[in-house]
Design a protein. Sequence first.
Length: 421
Amino acid sequence: MQPNWAEIAGIAIVGGALLQVAFGIYGGLARRQYAARRQKAAIALFEERARLDLDSIVRERMRREFAWEGLRKFKIDRKVEEADSVCSFYLTPHDGKPIPPFLPGQYLTFQLKIPGQAKPVTRCYSLSDSPTERDYYRVTIKRIMPPPNVPDGKPGLVSSFFHSLDIGELVDVKAPSGSFHLDTASNRPVVLIGGGVGLTPVLSMLNTICRSGSKRETWFFYGIVNRNHHAMRDHLQRLAREHDNVKIVVAYSNPTEHCILGQDYQEQGYADAKLLQRLLPSNNYEFYICGPPPMMTGITKGLQDWGVPDADIHYEAFGPASVRPQTDAQAAPAAETTAQIVFARTGKSIAWTTSDKSILDVAEANGIVIDSGCRAGNCGTCETAIRSGTVSYPHTPGLTPKEGSCLACIAMPQGKLVIDA
């Protein structure tokens, strides 16, 4: 029997038409599903942004409503040992009134009456928990021990005093402040980097992201010696398990035989720029860094060399020389310039050069007393009136001085300067 080519052709034409219709229906469904997914994602993004904006408005209103001027007494409600010589202190207001929220990364300023000291000593310690915990503040403090090569050295004055305090004792505290804090209104991917006890402000940022329910891509790098010094180990492991958007990388520089790779820590070595470049998929992140000055200097320079814009690099500085990111203009040694600082009340006029650090350093080197605390432009203890001239700062102070004054601990003169000291 001869094939009926007309029938076969007809069947092929009909089949092709049906197939085209089927592809059209499938394509239309696929396009509608894709459009629906995009719409759903856009709605989710809008809702997330609206929630963040509302949270920001509520926090700002509460900060204004519950903030206080000067010193306020807080009671040590709890003490928790976190690691070798590292302790968390949970502080509640002695007057029982509400406390304002803070921005994750900010600090508290303490004025402490230490036995044997002629006057109160001022220190700043970063808040280590999220601002969503509104009935207490938490600071995590490492007791500074004498250097191992100085057997007769003394431990840290303030950290040792803090560790000696018992539950129920009172401390004087200024309201939370500081310009180093997470941008909670941003949805951009973020990298948080802590070295040693520099963990505390970036831990506050991490806790804030996790407890807010944000799906923001977050990398958390923590550099430490080994498990003995590993603060918040169980807490960090739990956050990594419970939050898919959070990746935690702990680097031990000197692990012992008791440290388990893949469990206690993920990398051997340092939390440095090379590690970031090896593990991060790109450099398109906002970076927040806190740790020892050499670590922060190395990371900031490495990020700049990697092409990260300066606007995306944020750090907590412990002092005027902690981090001074190098620009192209600074790459070659510049000729040393000088200025003149006149200390009006003591009658001394002293030359300042670029090898000097701050006005406070010059004053101390010449026997001129200026009260100081944090030495990082955060507490305001060193605020000094300017009679004439101007100053500059190597980084943005955490506290803005009054008009006509400067923070001597980080200020540097711009030309001749006369100050009331």
